[in-house]
Each structure stands twice: as structure tokens, then as C-alpha cells.
Design a protein around this ligand. Structure first.
Ligand code: ADP
Length: 378
């Protein structure tokens, strides 16, 4: 059983008014399937209560018939009264800039023009910080952006985005993403007890990641940014199986040991068939109170590593006290608007990084055939 077989079963259920199947009538708003749980949202606009009930029953029966009761643990059917999905407020403010025009790439359960994973060879190099700032920077350019905390072993987004006191809203079997900092964000950290260690065996990690992707009501996005767990492993494999990614960004600090791990992470992405969009060097240097720049870890190491790997260098982010403070206080937007000299410098580096990634994603999409540049002759 999978999402497609649920959809096929629904196609055979007659719509009481349209006279066609539910799919042809455009009444199927959402289908999700995960580990024996099927969840369907139908648009019952134009139907009276009795017709909605009968469609619900017929849809449930059709899904159960298609699956056989032994494979399904639960079928959830929701029939909404109004026209499709009342759209969630989109964080989109203006037409996307810098991206080439092209059809949205439907990547299984997620409708996003670009899906970008942010990975690192080891923990503590600032992978989550880069993922958060990338997402915020893209949203500031007018893109509709989702940010998913795929780091299910050590989710950082609740703190970094200030989600501490916000409860997740569940509609049917779908979870509403958190609308914060002009993003749609989802993290397992907001769904579980923050004091319990998250110990996942391989199949559980697979299931948790899958549910976050499939059962979050992402809506249509320009970018979905996925913060991966550090290192190499199950989650990256699950992601590669589930989603068609535009590519991955590898975050690295300049030291040699960090580079060795980052090279392994880059090779893992390549083995999984995921294009490496490039390398970001985080914690490149530190600006002291005296205004001098100190190359604590040896600036430029990640740039040389990118050259060795033959992938683009996407920018450098200096060690900045405000970035750490803004992450701890859940206010990463401040990284882009701090008027102090150090703040302005940080914002400029972050914006350069965001633009490089935006450009590399557009190029990768063209290479992969998702987007076509158009030529207008007048
Ligand atoms: P990872 O996801 O790789 O484990 P995090 O993004 O959680 O790393 O960063 C680890 C810590 O380092 C956090 O406290 C974060 O605020 C801080 N940090 C990351 N990048 C920077 C930077 N450029 N300047 C200052 N602090 C940073």
C-alpha cells in the first residue's frame, strides 16, 4: 500500500454531483500514507451533509478494499465543507527573484520548487544555524519557504526559532507547520517531550522523518530546507528515497579535521544521487572588540576543500556573538537587521550565502530538467 494506491482507490469512488470519480471531480484535496496509516482530505464543497457522509463512507470502504484490512492500521477521512484547503497564509511577499521560471517539481508528498538539504560531517559546526539563516534569508527575498528539522536525534529548531511555548496544531492526521519568522517550520522537537532523549532505531528514524515530511501541511513552497542530522546515515537515505532533491549544502568549519568529515558527507550525498550544491564555511573568522579579524580555525580551509571536491564555494560566515545570542533567544531574523557594524557585516555574509545557494539551486534545477529558462523574443 502506498499513497498512489490510496489515490487510485479514491478515483473509483463516484462524486455525488459531478458524476465522475472523486479524483476527476477535483474533490481529493490531500492524500497521505505512512506505515499503515492512510489520511485523506476531501473537498465537500457543494455537497449537503448527507452527501458528505456518504462520500466519506464510500471513500473509507474503497481504501480498505484496496489495501486489505491487514495492511492498514487506520484510515482517516475528512470531508471539508468548503472549497479546497483554506490556504494557509503564505509567507510569500513578492515574486521570486533570482530563480529561473519553471514548473514546480512535485516531489512525492511535498510540493516545492526546490528541496535543499543542509548537512555536515559532524555536529557543532553550525549546520542548523546555517539552515535556519538560509531559510530566513530566502523568505526575506519573497520566497515561500518551509524549514524542516530533519535532525530527529537532536532537534535545534524549537530553540532557534523560539517555538518553546507554541503547541503544534493537528487537523485530522495532518500537522500544521509553525508560522514563525515568515516561514513554515516543523520539528519533531515540538511534538515530543523536550527532556526525553530521542533514541531512534533505524526503522523508527525512517518513520519519524517520513511522518514529518508527509504529515505536515506544507502547502506549496518555493523552497523546503531540510536540516539533516550530522554525519552519514539512515535519515539521509530515507530522504533520498522519498524526495527528489534539488541538492545538498555541506556546512564545514575551516579546520582540517572538520574538512575530512565534510568530504565524507559530500561523498555520501553523491552516492545517494543527490547533487552537492556547494560548501559553506562557518565560523570562518572572529571579529574582536578591536575590530580586528582573527582566523581562529584557519580561514579558507572549506574553500580549498570545495575546490578539491570540484563543487562551488557558497560563502563564509564569521563567528559572531550576536548570531549565537539570536539563536539562543529564538530570534534569528535579528541576524539580518542588526544595525551595529558587526551585525551589518554578518548580514552581508549571510545574504551572499543565500544568493549563492539560490543561484546554485536554479542551475541545478535546470541541469536536472525541473526548470527551463525561457527566451522571449519581441
Ligand atoms: P550543528 O547544527 O552543526 O550541531 P549549531 O547550528 O547547533 O550546530 O551550532 C552550534 C552552536 O554554535 C550554537 O550555539 C550556535 O548558536 C553557535 N554558532 C553556530 N555558528 C555560529 C557563528 N557563525 N557564530 C557564532 N556562533 C555560532
Amino acid at each position: 500500500m502506498d499513497k498512489n494506491s490510496v489515490q487510485q482507490a479514491l478515483a473509483g469512488v463516484p462524486h455525488p454531483v459531478a458524476g465522475t470519480g472523486l479524483v476527476a471531480a477535483g474533490a481529493v484535496a490531500k492524500v497521505a500514507y505512512c506505515d499503515g496509516y492512510a489520511s485523506v482530505r476531501l473537498n465537500g464543497g457543494g455537497l449537503n451533509a448527507a452527501q458528505r457522509k456518504s462520500v466519506e463512507n464510500a471513500a473509507r470502504a474503497a481504501v480498505l478494499r484496496a489495501a486489505g484490512p491487514e495492511t492498514l492500521r487506520e484510515v482517516h477521512i475528512e470531508v471539508t465543507e468548503d472549497a479546497p484547503d483554506a490556504p494557509l497564509p503564505e509567507p510569500k511577499a513578492a515574486a521570486p527573484t533570482g530563480a529561473l521560471p519553471g514548473a514546480p517539481s512535485t516531489s512525492g508528498p511535498v510540493q516545492a520548487r526546490h528541496i535543499i538539504a543542509v548537512g555536515a560531517g559532524k555536529g557543532g559546526v553550525g549546520k542548523s544555524s546555517i539552515a535556519v539563516n538560509l531559510a530566513i534569508g530566502l523568505a526575506r527575498k519573497g520566497h515561500a519557504v518551509g524549514l524542516m528539522d530533519g535532525d530527529i536525534y537532536g532537534p535545534s529548531l524549537p530553540t532557534m526559532l523560539g517555538l518553546g511555548a507554541i503547541d503544534a496544531a493537528v487537523r485530522g492526521r495532518m500537522i500544521e507547520p509553525f508560522l514563525v519568522h515568515n516561514l513554515k517550520a516543523m520539528t519533531i522537537g515540538a511534538l515530543v517531550d523536550p527532556d526525553k532523549p530521542l533514541v531512534w532505531r533505524g526503522p523508527m528514524a525512517h518513520g519519524a522523518f517520513k511522518q514529518l515530511v508527509e504529515q505536515t501541511n506544507w502547502g506549496e513552497l518555493d523552497y523546503l530546507i531540510i536540516d539533516l542530522p550530522p554525519g552519514t546515515g539512515d535519515v539521509a537515505l530515507t530522504m533520498a528515497q522519498m524526495l527528489k532533491l534539488t541538492g545538498a549544502v555541506v556546512v564545514c568549519t575551516p579546520q582540517k579535521v572538520a574538512q575530512d568529515d565534510a568530504i565524507r558527507a559530500a561523498k555520501m550525498f553523491q552516492q545517494l544521487g543527490i547533487e552537492v550544491l556547494g560548501v559553506v564555511e562557518n565560523m570562518s573568522w572572529f571579529v574582536g572588540d578591536d575590530g580586528k579579524e582573527y582566523d581562529i580555525f584557519g580561514r579558507g580551509g572549506a574553500q580549498r576543500m570545495a575546490q578539491r571536491l570540484g563543487v562551488p564555494f557558497l560563502g563564509a560566515v564569521p563567528i559572531t556573538m550576536a548570531l549565537r545570542e539570536n539563536s539562543d533567544s529564538g530570534n534569528p531574523t535579528a541576524n539580518f537587521i542588526d544595525p551595529s557594524p558587526a551585525g551589518r557585516r554578518l548580514a552581508a555574509h549571510l545574504e551572499t550565502m543565500v544568493t549563492s545557494i539560490e543561484n546554485q539551486a536554479s542551475l541545478a534545477a535546470v541541469r536536472q530538467g525541473h526548470a527551463r529558462p525561457t527566451l522571449t523574443i519581441s
